[in-house]
Design a protein around this ligand. Structure first.
Ligand SMILES: NC(=O)c1ccc[n+]([C@@H]2O[C@H](COP(=O)([O-])OP(=O)(O)OC[C@H]3O[C@@H](n4cnc5c(N)ncnc54)[C@H](O)[C@@H]3O)[C@@H](O)[C@H]2O)c1
Length: 336
């Protein structure tokens, strides 16, 4: 079977993961970054073409199947839409976009151009999360009653000062978009859509460093009647402490924790046990900080399965939109 051809827009920190797996699961044909050296570094490593502008890359009409958008959050919509219109399938990094309207536009353009739009949500592949999803879907936890999400990470001032977009309201969007959108995706995926929110946020320890909150609390009511709470912060002392979700069903209670929702910390399920979990991948390491579990291999496997094997997209555009909608509801509730 013909190898899929990939491209990457935005050659920063996460692009290395994409380049690795794009070249393992297919071949990397072109990369692009407004900072020439960044594109050239990856291009030299993978022997592919480097571009300094997305328009130049599109004008070249290269034979590429799917292009990964790894630019700052606030540019995902503009870049994805350009690429879809140019005829490419698109794999957008999380978060899909930083507004509901942009997310809807991306889905609409993908439909109108008959291209596939994939959203990176690799935490769904964390072994305990995948097992919890299956246990819920198979009915082992019974009726879901309530949930709690803890996002206790550390992002110090240098994390923001070393970046030209992190901390910016327009290009970053907020901690729920950059640090915790994976976690919000998981509550949508595991439990469902959120009807109503009450929330407070504040910038308590990053004044003058970020243009938005560094901590927040939210209480949620899901359409299903499930009640939930979220406590999120980037002020955990010195390092990430915990990323966890606890779910209470009428037949079972499960907590998946660790720093990145990577450990099954507690289970008490009537007539069922989650067991035999495979070893997970390590988290993404970025020198001075640590990110989410590194499952981009699974994301690329899915892209190949969909584009070549007639498989089903792991995270479709509408799910990316739902994450953005829930985040938007939390931020709007905090303004009331
Ligand atoms: N899935 C994950 O776990 C994960 C982890 C880290 C980052 N991300 C996401 O990936 C994206 C990139 O994050 P990062 O940490 O790699 O950021 P980064 O700043 O290291 O890289 C972004 C790159 O985009 C380039 N860029 C900006 N505007 C551009 C344009 N118009 N055309 C071409 N290139 C342009 C920048 O020069 C930079 O090199 C963000 O959306 C982030 O939220 C996802």
């Amino acid at each position: 079977m013909k190898k899929l051809k990939f491209g990457i827009i935005g050659c920063g920190r996460i692009a290395g993961r994409h380049a690795k797996w794009a070249s393992e699961y297919g071949s990397l044909v072109a990369v692009c970054d407004i900072i020439a050296e960044r594109a050239e570094e990856i291009a030299n490593e993978y022997s592919c073409e480097a571009f300094q502008s997305i328009d130049e890359l599109i004008e070249k009409k290269l034979d590429i199947d799917c292009i990964a958008v790894c630019t700052p959050n606030g540019l995902h919509a503009e870049h994805s839409i350009k690429l879809l219109r140019a005829g490419y399938h698109v794999l957008s990094e999380k978060p899909m976009a930083t507004s509901v309207q942009d997310s809807v536009e991306m889905i609409k353009v993908a439909e109108l151009t008959n291209r596939r739009l994939f959203i990176v949500k690799q935490n769904r592949y964390n072994p305990p999360i995948a097992a919890l999803k299956k246990a819920i879907d198979d009915g082992h936890l019974g009726r879901i009653l309530s949930m709690q999400l803890n996002c206790f990470w550390n992002r110090r001032a240098s994390y923001f000062s070393e970046s030209d977009w992190k901390g910016s309201k327009v290009l970053d969007g907020g901690t729920l978009y950059t640090q915790f959108s994976h976690f919000i995706d998981l509550i949508y995926w595991l439990i469902g859509d959120v009807r109503d929110v009450r929330a407070f946020v504040s910038n308590s320890n990053h004044e003058g460093i970020t243009e938005f909150e560094d901590q927040g609390v939210a209480i949620l009511e899901f359409y299903s009647g499930v009640l939930g709470s979220i406590h999120f912060t980037i002020n955990s002392c010195n390092k990430n402490m915990e990323g966890s979700i606890t779910i209470f069903g009428d037949k079972g209670t499960v907590k998946v924790g660790g720093q990145f929702l990577n450990e099954l910390e507690y289970q008490e399920i009537s007539d069922f046990t989650i067991e035999g979990l495979p070893e997970g991948n390590p988290p993404n390491q970025y020198g001075t900080y640590v990110g989410s579990m590194s499952n981009h291999d699974k994301v690329y496997e899915n892209v190949v399965d969909v584009l070549q094997g007639g498989g089903v997209i792991g995270t479709v555009g509408i799910e990316g939109l739902k994450t953005v909608e829930i985040i938007d509801k939390i931020y709007r509730a905090a303004q009331r």
